[in-house]
Design a binder for this molecule. Sequence first.
Ligand SMILES: C[S@@+](CC[C@H](N)C(=O)[O-])C[C@H]1O[C@@H](n2cnc3c(N)ncnc32)[C@H](O)[C@@H]1O
Length: 255
Amino acid sequence: MVDNILKLFIIGIGVGNPEHLTVQAIKALNRATVFFIPDKGTEKAALRHLRTEICARFIEGDAYRFVDVPMPARARNPEDYRSTVAAWHDAIAATYQRLLTAELADGECGALLVWGDPSLYDSMIRIVDRIRANGVALEYEVIPGIGSVQALAAQHRIPLNRIGEPVLITTGRKLGDTLPDDIGSAVVMLDGDQSFRRVDQDLEIFWGAYLGTEDEILISGRLADVRDEIETRREQARQRHGWIMDSYLLRRRES
Ligand SMILES: C[S@@+](CC[C@H](N)C(=O)[O-])C[C@H]1O[C@@H](n2cnc3c(N)ncnc32)[C@H](O)[C@@H]1O
């Protein structure tokens, strides 16, 4: 007997606005019948709600179902970041592997709805590759989505790069105290520590939180002038919602 080959779509769903979905994503949603929804604890209800809302809005008929995926916890501030993340990914892969093999019947197609675009600061592709490396027969397709970088630039109505210059995409953890010499602009994501407080305050910032949602906040200007406002608005919003997702672009001011 030939083993069932599992079929999966990894679909980028945008960062909060259901209208970010591409036509390609909508077609993939309509081919899938089982949606694996991670239970992330934090950011939880709101992000889960967007996923189920997208299914209700774009899938014709109701011949599909959701499977909750419990997310293993990750150690915070570990001594060895890389090996802690690797162990965490192994645990996530094991959970998905168990659920995918148990839930996907022959001929059924599964879908993983990834926040923003699956290529940027998201591990779903790596996790699916781990499952394949474990010997599971699995075919998958990646459908790109609008990520927070595109949403940030669009909402601020700015190009990301200065003419002919590179753009760095980095995390708060990796941001130094100013931009590297040959980099005119940098997008900073995953910054729980508001690292913009410790960089060159003469840089220009374009900050956005809850981009694409009705709670979106946009603030821009010279860091020295707007830093306090960002800090205050960020903290108020975080307390009100219980979670926050924010990103920003830093660039040198034009002389
Ligand atoms: C785990 S990464 C996922 C990125 C996602 N794959 C993408 O394409 O944007 C999460 C980070 O993305 C950024 N982000 C995601 N959604 C956002 C939103 N709606 N508004 C602002 N930033 C967002 C934040 O920097 C957040 O810390």
